[in-house]
Write a protein that binds this ligand. Structure first.
Ligand SMILES: [Ca+2]
Ligand SMILES: [Ca+2]
Ligand SMILES: [Ca+2]
Length: 485
């Protein structure tokens, strides 16, 4: 694949370089020449000497990767495809990326956060470069033993918000610098990847993953995390920067629901800042691997918002992958944030008549009609709330207000022997309050059962949201139960 006539072209190239930088340039002249190299342009005639105008800036034309290395080139660059068969040496400003859209031409943003030509085999790469395992052209010495590009975020920390904002400057190697010198701007929240020396920047301890070292605000996923057998621990309430780094990449995260409170809680999933790809987001029960939630929008770059509930002590895997069957790029970034909110319900556990929560006449009870998942589905019984109350013979008034707008509630009074006192009372519709009276035959302990109306839709335990704040109403609205005599 080495270009024929390389010698002739190299001579021409050398002449161009000489003109651009000066054969024996002092530092002032070097700076002037370097400026000519990267100066803005619209036509080749705007550029000095043999420099060509590509991507709006003057570039050195190249035929093989070696043309972009010292001493021919002032720093270690890379020969990339431009247009109409012309290849150019990458400028520093062409190289850093966090998504494909940051890259010039048809280049893609590789795992090391550098723009590269995409490839399926070495033939597709410019001479001197090979095709990495993840499909980007790279020098041999940039690849790990697995033939992949190492993720170069290393110690450079995260962007300030994980929002895909502007990469910090500072990490850019100046002319004469070496992209492999690995020093990613001291202190600066780096743009990730500048220090992508093979293997070197993978980030110390495996599993420090999700761990923000040196206090960076946005930790990064830690590869490999491609299966349930090697997940990252899910850091809650934290923006985790991550990438689909090749078409078959899957990123697994593991989380366990806290043992208390007994009501459990719910997870809110936010996958945002999605690059030019389509995500497949799934949550699985660790108990039996049943899928409890998924979303797979076909639109590229679309955020995903979802939720699922968890029972105390239950455990789940979350996986993020590239959705098949779309025009999705083979690699792209995303930000994962998962928030866990415990349900503050001191009356739980009270799911059966065997463990009713004791309440008193005249004292309002605020509680949730809520069920935490262990697997893909909740049983109707998981939603039941049982109460016991010491009551006098005579009239008992039962009032349930603040009924969640997505739940139709029902209630029934029982003697302690489970003999019903009157019929089941049902709200007329979702969110409707309940108010009814029963004549109690004697002074004793009575039981009360609250749940959703049998045969009506079960309150949601997992689902998709169009916006981050569209959680089911019953997650956030406790009903108020008051008994009076
Ligand atoms: Ca990944
Ligand atoms: Ca992965
Ligand atoms: Ca309950």
């Amino acid at each position: 694949m080495r270009a024929r006539g390389a010698v002739v072209r190299s001579i021409g190239l050398a002449a161009g370089i000489a003109l651009a930088f000066g054969a024996c340039a002092d530092s002032t002249e070097e700076r002037i020449r370097a400026k000519q190299l990267a100066q803005g342009c619209t036509h080749n005639s705007d550029c000095e000497g043999d420099l060509v105008c590509m991507f709006g800036r003057c570039h050195v034309q190249c035929y093989e990767d070696e043309d972009c290395r010292p001493p021919l080139f002032p720093y270690q660059s890379r020969c990339v495809r431009a247009s109409s068969g012309v290849n150019v040496c990458q400028l520093d400003s062409d190289r850093e990326c966090s998504r494909d859209g940051d890259c010039q031409g048809d280049q893609v943003c590789a795992a090391d956060a550098q723009c590269r030509d995409a490839c399926t085999s070495e033939d597709a790469c410019i001479a001197g470069l090979v095709c990495s395992a993840t499909g980007e052209c790279a020098r041999d010495d940039e690849l790990t033993d697995d033939g992949a590009l190492s993720e170069g975020s290393g110690g450079s920390g995260g962007g300030p918000s994980g929002s895909g904002g502007a990469p910090a400057e500072g990490a850019e190697a100046g002319a004469g610098g070496d992209v492999n010198d690995g020093a990613a701007g001291p202190g600066a929240a780096g743009s990730g990847g500048e220090g992508g020396a093979p293997g070197g920047a993978e980030g110390g301890a495996p599993g420090g993953a999700a761990g923000a070292d040196d206090g960076a605000e946005s930790p990064r996923e830690s590869e490999p995390n491609d299966s349930r057998d090697e997940p990252n621990e899910l850091l809650l309430d934290t923006d985790i920067r991550a990438s689909i780094s090749h078409p078959d990449d899957a990123d697994y995260f593991f989380t366990e629901v806290p043992a208390s409170p007994a009501a459990g809680g719910y997870y809110r999933i936010l996958v945002t800042d999605v690059g030019p790809g389509a995500v497949l987001v799934q949550a699985y029960s660790a108990l039996n691997h049943d899928r409890v939630y998924y979303d797979d929008p076909i639109q590229l770059g679309k955020s995903v918002f979802g939720f699922f509930t968890g029972a105390p002590g239950a455990a789940f895997y979350l996986s993020i992958a590239r959705r098949a069957g779309t025009a999705s790029e083979s690699s792209f970034d995303y930000t994962l944030r998962v928030e866990y909110t415990a349900i503050d319900d001191p009356y739980e556990p009270n799911d059966t008549q065997l463990e009713p929560a004791a309440i008193a006449i005249g004292e309002p009870v605020k509680a949730y009609l809520f069920a935490g998942l262990e697997s893909a589905t909740a049983s109707a019984a998981d939603f039941e709330d049982w109460y016991s109350v010491e009551a006098e013979a005579g009239l008992l008034k039962v009032e349930i207000k603040d009924v969640p707008l997505d739940v139709r509630m029902q209630a029934r009074v029982y003697e302690s022997t489970l003999t019903p006192v009157g019929a089941e009372e049902k709200g007329v519709t979702n969110g409707a309050p309940l108010s009814f009276e029963r004549e109690l035959p004697s002074s004793e302990t009575y039981l009360l059962r609250l749940t959703y109306v049998g045969g009506s839709a079960q309150p949601a335990t997992a689902g998709r949201m169009d916006a981050p704040d569209e959680l089911p109403d019953h997650f956030t609205r406790p009903y108020t139960l008051t008994l009076t005599q």
